[in-house]
Design a protein around this ligand. Sequence first.
Ligand code: SF4
Ligand code: SF4
Length: 277
Amino acid sequence: MILAVASGKGGTGKTSVVAALAAVWPAAAVLADVDVEAPNLHLFVHPVPESSEEVGVETPVVRAERCTACGACADLCQFGAIALLGGRAQVFSEMCHSCGGCFRVCPADALARGSRVVGEITTGRAGRHTVVTGRLRLGEAMAPPLMREVLARAIALAADRDLLVDAPPGVSCPAMTAVEQADAILLVTEPTPFGLHDFQLAHQAFAPLGKPMAVVINRDGLGDAPVGAYCRTHHLPVLARIPYSSELAGIYARGGSLAEDPVVRAAMEALIGALRA
Ligand code: SF4
Ligand code: SF4
């Protein structure tokens, strides 16, 4: 099973839910942190790194001797990544989105295929689990290609094991990329007005994928937004509630697993039972 743990907004405790689930998961699994702009699953599961690899995307390189300065590539590139300067095309590779369009329109075969490193993937072990983490380079905007690569590696490593995906927050392209290959989606939210608002957006964004969805309410008791009522109206099962308490905040702050707490542990075990039913 591929389970994507997602949330409508950051700071809902999505990553600590993944870590708590991992602590009680009944078999060895693969954990993938695809929140590549701010990966932090490693802070809660403490993997020992085993290997690390840079990931690149394809970008054009101008063969100056062939370029006729026709401008077709610059006209096509909607990202402004190619311009005519000094009588030939010049590439600003950090703006390139690797769409491949300029290669197709160049009439002079003046573009070679180069690459730009966008980030790195680290694989490590945390107890019985394998942990795959993607980290985007500072200032790099191309998160989806790195996320897809993290997911592809994690799926290959999982083979006959379960895969828990720590998705990025929000509902934009990176979050959709993270959940579209999942068998089921677990939405983590909190009962505050902001939590409910962003949770509704996430539910509406992911619903067209037609995948089973369930909910974990984190910091239950923190606010009085009617998250439970929304779930009942939309037939979303609430599989666990994690209480709002200073003890749990303390465990979180020191990078521990919320499953150290017997109430959370029981809630996570019940959640896994419901997922497998
Ligand atoms: S690959 Fe696409 S984004 Fe990159 S320079 Fe060419 S046209 Fe622009
Ligand atoms: S399309 Fe090819 S020949 Fe024309 S400006 Fe671009 S690189 Fe040069």
